[in-house]
Design a protein around this ligand. Sequence first.
Ligand code: NAD
Ligand code: TYD
Length: 353
Amino acid sequence: MATTLVTGGCGFIGSHFVRYLLQRYPDDRVVNFDALTYAGNPENLRDVEEHFADRYRFILGDIADSAAVMKALHEERPQLVANLAAESHVDRSIHQPRLFLHTNVLGVSTLLDAARECGVSRLLHVSTDEVYGVAEGEREFREEDALMPRSPYAASKAGGDLLVGAYHETYGTAVMTTRGSNAYGPSQHPEKFLPVIITRLMEGAKTPVYPPGTQVREWTHVEDHVSALDLVLRKGEAGGIYNFGSGERRQNLEMVRAILPLFLRGEDAIEFVDARPGHDARYALDSAKIRKLGWEPRRRLQEALPELVNWYREHESWWRPLKDSRDYQDHAMRHYGNSALKRDLSGEGRSVA
Ligand code: NAD
Ligand code: TYD
């Protein structure tokens, strides 16, 4: 029985990854090491705790806490480690950059040291397309392209990527890096774009769009994201970097306009709010390298978007407490400037289009 230690397993992608591993490898154990920040939600793995109780263990801990990480690795002796613990929201990084350095840089360095000391066979570093910065024109980033991060989030992730490269060169650490594009799917925190749109429309409110709304993102379903992580964790070349994205690139307004009819709402449900500082205009990846390894995306926006809307419709009891939490209200009040969303939160009444 092999053991995989996943960090950040209570988050969005992490919880899908933990479930994927337990289902796909019925002889293996999964240990989930998570600090349970605002983004870590034990509800995401309630089913796993019930169905896989004999092969699943949760450990509460911070990846930047060397003693806690060493203790977990000594106890569990995992062959594989996948790091999905992160501060992941660009907007929050604008207000609290130091927090991002703690987890995304110091945390990665702590894991690299601990994995080396405890003889972990393979370590996966989960990074993002955002480290490359803006993909101008028709450009698609390749793995060897320079890193030009433009938000504190992207800079902190790039810091992790550079440490990983240095550890592979210096110590021969068998560590692989993925740079995935924007993920979407069930149980994504309601602070992220697609859940913001859907939950705001469910509330009969307007959906906040950063002007001009023509920014492009490449949307990859979380099921395709976790299959890519698993492939690279097991088959990726040590020290290798792997981009992946679905190829489905859309302007933000296109995404809103694809969702509006599902709520019988029109253009007047769009509210342009204050611009995000340093907003990257376009992301696009060349995914040829991971496709050669055998990955291909299976989910398409056309069928997955209505399914996503239904998931949020059916799981209001999951997202409502997150949106009502003090943490989210503080974030939204601080972040959304003079918008309808801020007016709603401050109790001036809900804006109905
Ligand atoms: P998330 O914010 O939903 O979850 C992060 C998880 O990490 C939470 O469970 C949280 O409790 C945990 N965590 C945070 N700090 C920690 C710490 N110091 N120690 C231990 N646990 C900690 O994030 P996500 O969207 O699932 O992203 C997972 C990874 O994938 C991140 O590395 C992110 O950069 C990367 N990524 C995300 C996307 C996306 O669109 N969501 C796209 C590409 C790459
Ligand atoms: P987001 O989900 O925060 O992911 P990222 O910034 O990592 O790409 O945002 C996706 C896109 O949606 C991005 O271009 C910013 C935009 N956006 C809005 O227009 N309004 C919002 O309220 C949010 C959260 C994002």
